[in-house]
Design a binder for this molecule. Structure first.
Ligand code: GLV
Length: 324
């Protein structure tokens, strides 16, 4: 008998077809949000769960599924899963690292450029028929060359951003709970700073940390005050790392020059005032959204799941202390 698997939302078709050929597959919903009642009802008789960052997989969900062996998350971040509880129950949890590093780093640079050079605002200006000719002060932005980029979180994605940033002649400082060996810092051309020093010194601050109880509201109202009023904040990691209401205030009062956001504190809701501010670029959580990367993520999530169901060790097991 094939193992029973719950897929909370569709994968890309070729990966979903492959999965359906290997397991007894139940697709929970075609919608973006799966109502919790549905999740709780459908998980009960399953051995495998393939889910996404929009699904909260907590104790209650796991306790409903006595035969569950593996939770395969189709994302690198696993803050939607109670990892500690999963491990205490002997459940395997996997994610999709590496394959999305380059796409997410590309998007980060895109957001940095879009924010510092006001690309979205300028696009709106053209579409509104307001471009009447070249002008010396039309859409003045911030130059990157010679500025300092502060990376908060220096794992795979942070390092891929650093590689790109060097081509823009940015100086790179980083903060991470784990400091690198001095030789590696030298090789990568980066310098370590305490979080507060990084915030004081950087012209562009980009977040690449995973969301944990420690990183929740890491960028608080107080910390926003440490930043230069010519600084730009970019977040492609997880929304709750930034206090979104405090960010709105900082952007409104000119305490911060601008922000580029791909993630939000209460996704998919966006702080309404952010929508009316011109100095912020807003994206709908598309960091890894290239055709190539999403395909790889889907197949990786399927492969992790199948291995776990077969009793093998999946390649991308996540332990409670791991990070994105
Ligand atoms: C996207 O946000 C991911 O964690 O993969």
């Amino acid at each position: 008998m094939k193992p029973r698997v719950l897929l909370t939302h569709p994968l890309l078709p070729e990966a979903m077809d492959y999965l359906a050929s290997q397991v007894d597959l139940e697709l929970a919903t075609e919608e973006m949000i799966l109502p919790r009642k549905e999740l709780l009802a459908r998980i009960a008789d399953k051995q495998g769960l393939l889910c996404f960052l929009t699904d909260t997989i907590d104790r209650e969900v796991m306790d409903r599924a006595p035969n569950l062996k593996i939770i395969s998350n189709c994302a690198v971040g696993v803050n939607n899963i109670d990892l500690k509880y999963a491990w205490s129950r002997g459940l395997l949890v996997t994610n999709t690292p590496d394959v999305l590093t380059e796409a997410t780093a590309d998007l980060t640079l895109g957001l940095i450029l879009a924010t510092t050079r006001r690309l979205v605002e300028a696009d709106r200006f053209c579409r509104e028929g307001r471009f009447r000719g070249w002008k010396i002060d039309l859409f003045l932005g911030l130059e990157l060359s010679g500025k300092t980029l502060g990376l908060i979180g220096f794992g795979r994605i942070g390092r891929a951003v650093a590689r790109r940033a060097r081509a823009f002649n940015l100086r790179i400082i980083y903060h991470d709970p784990k400091r690198l060996e001095a030789s590696l810092e030298k090789e990568l051309g980066v310098e370590f700073r305490s979080l507060d020093d990084l915030l004081r010194e950087a012209d562009i601050i980009s977040i690449h940390a995973s969301l944990t109880p420690e990183s929740h509201h890491l960028i608080s109202a107080e910390r926003l005050k440490l930043m230069k009023n010519t600084a730009v904040l970019v977040n492609v990691a997880r929304g709750p790392i930034v206090d979104e209401k405090a960010l709105v205030e900082a952007l409104k009062t000119g305490q911060l020059w601008g922000a580029g956001l791909d993630v939000y504190e209460n996704e998919p809701a966006i702080e309404p005032e952010l929508l009316s501010l011109d100095n912020v670029v807003l994206l709908p959580h598309i960091g890894s959204a290239t055709r190539e990367t999403r395909r790889k993520m889907c197949f990786m999530a399927v492969e992790n799941l199948l291995r776990g169901l077969r009793g093998e060790r999946p390649a991308n097991l996540v332990e409670p202390a791991d990070k994105a």
